[in-house]
Structures are given as structure tokens and as C-alpha cells.
Design a protein around this ligand. Structure first.
Ligand code: HEC
Ligand code: HEC
Ligand code: HEC
Ligand code: HEC
Ligand code: HEC
Length: 443
């Protein structure tokens, strides 16, 4: 009865009845541990262990955001009460399916720690939605494992060919999300669906689970296209590197101090099947720094030319403060906010989608997002974005070669937020996506 009540309350919050239906329907023992599957699927297990899938409940920022912000907030504000279970449905699905809500912290060692495990994905039989979101998966934990093959035979379990396992809709059950205020706070699947790759039949699995010859299990068949479980995304510097091409152009090849130089940068998203950044857009930033270095080694950061579109100020780095909801949730009197753009140099263009809380303040709390529809300055799949710069050469520029450098960086979390919560620097340090350089002569 209690479970039923919780479930219907949850569904009110998320306003979709079917979604919480899986909560507490099972017990932890219905699910095998990844190490068990790994006895035969040794390589797949090693890949998965290194991926974010296995860390979705345990890595630092996830723990902090749930236990220090979302969970306390869910107890204070009825509108967001559903996130107590909702976050766990995607980040620690075994706890959600077993009704262990809220689960203990990672240090307690509950099975929420297994994250998005083998059993989570391979017991999913379908979804209640045509275009899934908010953990709308249907789970059937039993002897049968759903997979991509019609001819797989295993001594440990039954196998079943599943078109759903092969489909991007499987990914969409967790990668698209609506906030309790009805905003799309994650839309990777929807971005893909609208973009060119869905039309060409290129799936999420084709880019995030590369296929190569090998065996899926000891005792399995040798096959030419085994699905690797690396799930590399923005957390892997090498996956991010080169995802966007950068080209730089200068209006003149020779210039004198006091002259004005026109510079243009072109950015092309040629590798991602969705926007960059995608996923947790509330906290991801992609930004372009254009620097000039003269023959003596002196450096200038060149600010972008504004284009004049509405709310453009959110896409140009400044000293502005934001994220006031953090102070509100933590009950810090006189909270002054955190630097909206962290350490991004002033004047740099930021490709992002700002989220706003019900009080109209920019927020990283995606569950507390009442509006994020007014501005989306991320770069879509196969989209080219042009930025221009007008720079009056300072009198002090040294004669000789002037180097112009464009550097495109990405960060998971604004450094101000990372520092505030004392996260490991690796979780928010800027990562270089690409760069370009040209040289002109100063006479
Ligand atoms: C005793 C060894 C063994 C264990 C333990 C084992 N499997 Fe398998 N599994 C296999 C073999 C062998 C295959 C067939 C591989 C092939 O045909 O390429 C297989 C196939 C699969 C497939 C593909 C099915 C398809 O139709 O495409 C999935 C998915 C799968 N296993 C998941 C799991 C999961 C999840 C676990 C842990 C709960 C697990 N396996 C435990 C041996 C094992
Ligand atoms: C996020 C969901 C997800 C997780 C977690 C996951 N898998 Fe898979 N797995 C898939 C998908 C999707 C495919 C099919 C890929 C395709 O269609 O190209 C697959 C394919 C497989 C196959 C068949 C490979 C082949 O090409 O024949 C096996 C075996 C398998 N998974 C085992 C596992 C094991 C073991 C684990 C845990 C260590 C695991 N999976 C974790 C989604 C997942
Ligand atoms: C049960 C929910 C669930 C399903 C199903 C799922 N994912 Fe995920 N995925 C997550 C969560 C949660 C994370 C975030 C881990 C973290 O950073 O805390 C994640 C992370 C990722 C990342 C890493 C992103 C980064 O920033 O580095 C990739 C790539 C990814 N998933 C791809 C896929 C693909 C492809 C599929 C479908 C085959 C899929 N996922 C299915 C929940 C899921
Ligand atoms: C054409 C290849 C391609 C396809 C198709 C594709 N991705 Fe990606 N994805 C990438 C690349 C490259 C990156 C790294 C750049 C980045 O982080 O945005 C990435 C990054 C991600 C990230 C990290 C998000 C970010 O920007 O921080 C997630 C999550 C993800 N993909 C999930 C998915 C899901 C889910 C699908 C299907 C709906 C999908 N991807 C389809 C290539 C692809
Ligand atoms: C519908 C599934 C879903 C729900 C519900 C959900 N998340 Fe996530 N979360 C994801 C996925 C998928 C990603 C990875 C996206 C990406 O890589 O950008 C993610 C990413 C994150 C990240 C970023 C991790 C990183 O490495 O930077 C944090 C923190 C996080 N979620 C916390 C939460 C909290 C707290 C809640 C509840 C308020 C929540 N999530 C609700 C699916 C979900």
C-alpha cells in the first residue's frame, strides 16, 4: 500500500503515470552482479567498468548533487519531491527497482553503487512511451537476457533477440529527461532524432559502442562485429578532442599598431550525433578563446563581437554571478552566488543552453528548472557556427610575427561550482576540444 502511494505520488510529480510503475517492484536479489556476468563476458565487463555507466551513482559530483542538493530539496519543496526517487531511477536503477529509496551514500556499499549495470540494460524489454524519457523502461529480470543477436546461445541464461536493445529508444529512456516543471532538461535523443544521423540510420550504439571482430563471451562464437561497451562521451578527453573542427581567418596578413584587424572563427560539429554540449546542458560549457601573442611573447585575449540576439549576454563570459539556488537549498544566509562562467576569460563566446529556476535565476539544478526554452546556443550535429572578432592592435604590440590562436575548450561543470563543492579538479578542469593558429606580420 505504502509503495502504491509513493508510486502514484511520484507519477503526479512527473505527470506520467506509467513511469514510476517499476519502482519497488523487485528486490536486489532479482539482479545478478556485474562481476557474475563478467566471468564469461570478460572484455565487455572491463570496458563497462571503465565507463561512466558503472560510476553513475558513485562518482563525486553525482554523490554531491544528489545527497547535498536534490535530496534535501525534495524534502523541502513539494513540487520537486519526486526527484528523491527520480534521480535514482537513472543513476542507481537497482535501488529504484528494489524500492531502496533513498539509498545509502556510496560509502554504505548498497547495490545502487552498481550504477547502470549489465542487468539494468539487458533486462529492459521496452518502454511505455513512443519517444521515451524519464526512466520509462519496462524491466523483466529473469533468466532471459535481451540482446542484438538471433543466434546467441549461452550456458548461463536464455537469450532473446530484441529490436529494442538495438534501438536509440533504449538510450532515450535515460538520456532524455523532463523536469518537474515540464522542461526538457536532457534531450540527447531528441537532438539526434531531429538531426541528420537519425535519417541516415546511424544509431547511438554505432558511435558509442564501436563494433569490431572478436567474441562477446568465452565459449561464444567468433563474430565480425562485437558491440564494445566503452560508452565514451565527454568524460573521455580523446572522444571529445576533435569532435568540433576549428578554423581561423584574419582579414589582413600585414598590419601596424593602431590598425583594426578582423578575425573570423568557424566551428563545425562533424562528429557528434547531437548538439555539443548535449546531456547535462545545465552545467556543460563549450567556449572559444581567441588569443594574440606578439613577437615578445606578450598576450591579449580578444573578446568576441556581439551579434545582438536576445539574451546573448549568457553566451559571453563575464564576472556575472549565478546559481543562487545552491545557497537557498543549503540554507546559507547571505549567499552571494557563484561566478556564472567560472574561470572562462571575459569576452569569450560560450556555446551553452542556460537553465532558469522558478525565480528566473540561472541554475545548475536541472530538477529546479522552470524555463530553458529562451536560448540554445549549442552547436547542432553537422552545424557550422561563425564568430567574428574586431581587434584594434594596441600601440605596444612588438614588431614581427603576431600569432593568433583559437582554443576551443569544454568543461563538465563551471569551475566556480566545482571549487565550491571541493570536487576533484578532474571533474571540472577544462578539456581542449580543438585549436587553430595563424600568423600575421606586424610592421
Ligand atoms: C557461463 C557464462 C556466461 C555468463 C555467466 C553470462 N553469460 Fe551472457 N552469454 C554467454 C554466451 C556464451 C553468450 C553467447 C555469445 C555469442 O553467441 O556470441 C552470451 C550472450 C549474452 C547476450 C547476447 C544475447 C543476444 O541475444 O544477443 C547478452 C545480452 C548477455 N549474454 C548478457 C549477460 C548478462 C547480463 C549476464 C549476467 C547476468 C550474463 N550474460 C552472464 C555466456 C555467459
Ligand atoms: C547502457 C546499456 C547497457 C549496459 C549497461 C550493458 N549493455 Fe550489453 N549491450 C547493450 C546494447 C545496446 C547492446 C547491443 C549493441 C548494438 O546493437 O550494436 C549490447 C550488447 C551486448 C552483448 C552482445 C554483444 C554482441 O555484439 O554480440 C553482450 C554479450 C552484452 N551486451 C553483455 C553485457 C554485459 C556483460 C554487461 C555488463 C558488464 C553489459 N552488457 C552492459 C547495452 C548495454
Ligand atoms: C538506465 C539508464 C541508462 C540507459 C538505458 C542508458 N544510459 Fe547512458 N548514462 C546513464 C547515466 C546515469 C549516465 C551518467 C553517468 C554519470 O556521469 O554520472 C550515462 C552516461 C553515458 C555516457 C557518458 C557520457 C559522458 O558525459 O561521458 C554515454 C556516452 C552514454 N551514457 C551513452 C548511452 C547509450 C549509447 C545508451 C543506449 C545504448 C545509453 N547510454 C543508455 C544512464 C543510462
Ligand atoms: C555520429 C556519432 C554519434 C551519434 C550518432 C551519437 N553520439 Fe553521442 N557523442 C558523440 C561524440 C563524438 C561525443 C563527444 C562530444 C561531446 O561530448 O559532445 C558524444 C557525446 C555524448 C554524450 C556526452 C554529452 C556531452 O556533450 O557532454 C552523451 C551523453 C551521448 N553522446 C549520448 C548519445 C546518445 C544517447 C545518442 C543517441 C540518441 C548519441 N550519443 C548519438 C558521437 C555520437
Ligand atoms: C531520466 C534519467 C535521469 C534522471 C531522472 C536524472 N539523471 Fe542525472 N544524468 C542522466 C544522464 C543520462 C546523465 C549523463 C548526461 C551527460 O553525460 O551529459 C546524467 C548526468 C548527471 C550528472 C553529471 C555527472 C557528471 O559527470 O558531470 C549529475 C551530477 C547528475 N546527473 C545528477 C542527477 C540528479 C541529482 C538527479 C535528480 C535530480 C538526476 N541526475 C536525475 C540521467 C538522469
Amino acid at each position: 500500500m505504502l509503495r502504491l502511494l509513493t508510486a502514484s505520488f511520484l507519477s503526479l510529480i512527473f505527470s506520467i503515470p506509467a513511469f514510476a510503475a517499476e519502482m519497488g517492484k523487485f528486490k536486489y536479489d532479482d539482479f545478478k552482479k556485474p562481476s557474475y556476468c563478467g566471468m564469461c563476458h570478460r572484455e565487455i565487463h572491463q570496458e563497462w567498468r571503465q565507463s561512466m555507466m558503472s560510476k553513475s551513482f558513485t562518482h563525486s559530483w553525482d554523490e554531491v548533487e544528489y545527497f547535498e542538493l536534490a535530496l534535501p530539496h525534495s524534502k523541502k519543496l513539494e513540487k520537486v519531491a519526486g526527484v528523491k526517487a527520480g534521480c535514482i531511477a537513472c543513476h542507481g536503477p537497482l535501488a529504484f527497482l528494489s524500492g531502496d529509496i533513498p539509498p545509502g551514500k556510496p560509502s554504505a556499499g548498497t547495490r545502487a553503487n552498481e550504477g547502470v549495470s549489465c542487468e539494468v540494460c539487458h533486462n529492459i524489454t521496452g518502454t511505455s512511451e513512443k519517444e521515451p524519457f524519464n526512466f520509462s523502461f519496462i524491466t523483466d529480470p529473469g533468466k532471459t537476457k535481451n540482446g542484438p543477436r538471433k543466434d546467441a546461445r549461452s550456458p548461463a541464461h536464455k537469450t532473446k533477440y530484441s529490436g529494442f536493445t538495438r534501438s536509440p529508444e533504449l538510450c532515450a529512456t535515460c538520456h532524455d529527461e523532463q523536469s518537474p516543471y515540464g522542461m526538457w532538461v536532457k534531450s540527447t535523443y531528441r537532438e539526434w532524432k531531429e538531426g541528420p544521423y537519425s535519417k541516415e540510420g546511424v544509431r547511438c550504439q554505432d558511435c558509442h559502442m564501436y563494433h569490431a571482430p572478436g567474441k562477446a563471451a568465452s565459449g561464444g562464437k567468433h563474430r565480425k562485429d562485437i558491440a564494445h561497451h566503452t560508452f565514451h562521451g565527454s568524460h573521455v578527453a580523446g572522444k571529445l578532442a576533435g569532435a568540433i573542427d576549428v578554423a581561423l581567418y584574419a582579414g589582413k596578413s600585414t598590419i601596424a599598431p593602431g590598425d583594426t584587424l578582423a578575425i573570423r572563427a568557424e566551428l563545425f560539429n562533424g562528429k557528434a550525433g547531437h548538439k555539443i554540449p548535449s546531456g547535462s546542458a545545465e552545467e556543460r560549457m563549450l567556449w572559444l578563446e581567441v588569443w594574440a601573442t606578439d613577437a615578445s611573447g606578450k598576450r591579449w585575449h580578444i573578446p568576441v563581437d556581439p551579434k545582438g540576439f536576445p539574451m546573448e549576454e549568457y553566451t559571453i563570459a563575464s564576472g556575472a554571478k549565478a546559481y543562487f539556488a545552491i545557497g537557498e537549498i543549503l540554507e546559507i544566509d547571505d549567499f552571494k552566488g557563484l561566478k556564472r562562467d567560472g574561470n572562462v576569460p571575459e569576452g569569450a563566446r560560450i556555446f551553452r543552453k542556460p537553465f532558469f529556476d522558478p525565480k528566473g535565476r540561472m541554475t545548475v539544478c536541472q530538477w529546479y528548472t522552470a524555463d530553458n526554452t529562451k536560448l540554445d546556443y549549442r552547436i547542432g550535429p553537422r552545424e557550422t557556427r561563425v564568430e567574428s572578432y574586431t581587434w584594434e592592435l594596441p600601440r605596444g604590440v612588438a614588431r614581427g610575427k603576431l600569432k593568433l590562436t583559437a582554443k576551443l575548450y569544454y568543461s563538465e561543470i563551471p569551475s566556480s561550482v566545482g571549487e565550491f563543492f571541493k570536487l576533484p579538479r578532474s571533474e571540472y578542469a577544462p578539456m581542449l576540444v580543438n585549436s587553430a593558429e595563424i600568423t600575421i606580420d606586424v610592421e
